[in-house]
Design a binder for this molecule. Structure first.
Ligand code: ADP
Ligand code: ASP
Ligand code: MG
Length: 437
């Protein structure tokens, strides 16, 4: 868990102040995070620089967090896989962290060119400490003295998102999409009034607006609902960023880099507010999909105590997280056990399970990489009957077969063929009356 130990030393004296031009003495502080598309080329970098400069000129201090430009991270990962079948994770993190360094220095140059003092900082220079879990590290501490010094001198600090350093100064990354988490963690550590996430859509929608053209933009959403959407695959926010926002009470505003539209506010307020009008309240807030799903099925598993433990504990030890698990009713003392993992983990998971099959007396295994999860999400579904039936009905009407089903208090999830995601989302969106009027 991130700590705020280093927060509160605002008065610490750093270097003498730089001239701050004609700006009024700023007191407000925001963190602005720019995503990959928002920094996709030189013109977009300049556009982001102009927005930062305007915010500073309006009297607000800004700390910026950047992602790698465009598809840079994907390209670097692909390159790693060309030189090694299973790239070493420490080296992989060292490699992909360079993407954000490129953006940070370019954005700093663009700001300096506008006459605005700015400095790019790596995560190490910015004091972002993590554990040693390469490719999926957690922030353990932020020692933000350097950023505070820059702020006091009127300099915009531009921090590389998605990464940190261990106590031994090895570079780590926070998992794909992790720049959002850097931004919210910094906002918490610095006591910023909010964290602004600049992206390529106008906010959080009732479904991915690229797949569901009738999706509606939400003005406000609670941390809890946003967390569920993020965990179920809405990549617009990194789940850990939403968790940190909730824990530290950081309001998060998601908005477009390319317009002045007001965006979506993620905070505590929304859920309480909506309980005032229970009658008119829609229980379902959104539909969400995730195509990063692989399924492994172990066939003919003897139905006796301890076998699920024998299968899942080696996976846990290998750091593979297992999502949906379904065990069929036992027939002749044998059962089929299916579970899902992220596609990147599937080869390792299959290797591990293959070794177990003879030991546990199972008949064999197979797997599929081409599945997707579609979920409907919203608080209050558990107390209202008929949601599951409506979901299954909508999928049936679109002629979509359901492979597995799981539910929680605030969601229902079905596993389907990945090729059918788009019609599934559209059908669910209409069935739950989320389409724009
Ligand atoms: P960035 O590079 O700015 O971090 P991402 O690609 O990580 O941007 O996230 C933005 C994308 O998230 C959008 O382009 C959109 O396709 C996708 N997305 C998925 N679900 C949603 C949703 N419910 N609301 C908004 N965007 C969504
Ligand atoms: N550049 C990283 C990624 O592509 C981090 C981010 O975009 O948030 O996953
Ligand atoms: Mg992102």
């Amino acid at each position: 868990m991130e700590s705020r130990e280093s927060v509160g030393n605002r008065e610490q004296q750093g270097d003498p102040p730089l001239p701050t031009g004609h700006c009024p003495l700023p007191t407000r502080l925001v963190v602005q995070k720019y995503g990959g598309t928002s920094l996709g080329d030189a013109e977009r970098v300049r556009r982001a620089a102009r927005r930062v400069a305007e915010t500073v000129e309006g009297g607000t201090r800004v700390v910026v967090v950047v992602s790698a430009m465009g598809q840079t991270t994907d390209a670097l990962i692909a390159l790693a896989h060309q030189v090694a079948d299973e790239p070493d994770e420490r080296e992989l993190d060292h490699l992909v962290s360079t993407g954000e360094q490129v953006s940070a220095s370019l954005l700093a140059m663009a700001l300096l060119d506008l006459g605005r003092p700015a400095v790019s900082l790596t995560a190490g220079q910015a004091g972002i400490r993590t554990d040693r879990l390469f490719t999926r590290a957690r922030i353990t501490d932020i020692r933000a003295d350097r950023i505070r010094r820059e702020l006091e001198r009127g300099v915009v600090a531009i921090v590389t998102g998605f990464q940190g350093v261990t106590e031994d100064e090895d570079v780590t990354t926070l998992g794909r999409g992790g720049s959002d988490t850097t931004a919210v963690a910094l906002a918490a550590a610095l006591g910023a009034e909010r964290c602004e996430i600049y992206t390529d859509v106008e906010g959080i929608y009732t479904a991915d607006p690229r797949l569901v053209p009738t999706a509606c933009k939400l003005d406000r959403i609670s941390y809890a609902e946003m967390l569920e959407l993020a965990q179920l695959g809405a990549r617009v926010m990194h789940p850990r960023a939403v968790e940190l926002g909730e824990v530290y009470g950081v309001p998060i505003l998601v908005r477009s880099s390319f317009s002045e539209a007001s965006g979506t506010l993620i905070d505590r307020g929304a859920a309480d507010e909506r309980t005032d009008s229970v009658e008119v309240r829609k229980h379902v807030r959104g539909v969400v999909h995730d195509i990063d799903v692989a399924k492994i099925r172990i066939m003919g598993v003897p139905d006796r105590p301890g076998l699920a433990y024998a299968i899942f504990s080696p996976l846990a030890e290998a750091g593979i997280s297992v999502d949906t698990i379904v065990q069929n009713a036992s027939l002749d003392g044998k059962t089929d056990l299916s579970f899902t993992v992220a596609r990147a983990d599937r080869p390792r998971a299959v290797n591990l399970v293959e070794q177990l099959v003879p030991d546990i007396g199972a008949a064999g295994l197979d797997y599929a990489d081409s599945l997707a999860k579609v979920s409907v999400v919203g608080t209050g579904m558990q107390s209202a009957p008929g949601y599951a039936a409506r979901m299954f009905g909508a999928l049936a009407a679109a002629d979509i077969n359901i492979d597995m089903i799981t539910t929680s208090d605030i969601r229902i999830t079905c596993l389907i063929d990945a090729a059918r995601v788009e019609p599934a989302l559209r059908s669910l969106h209409a069935a739950f009356e989320l389409d724009q009027p």
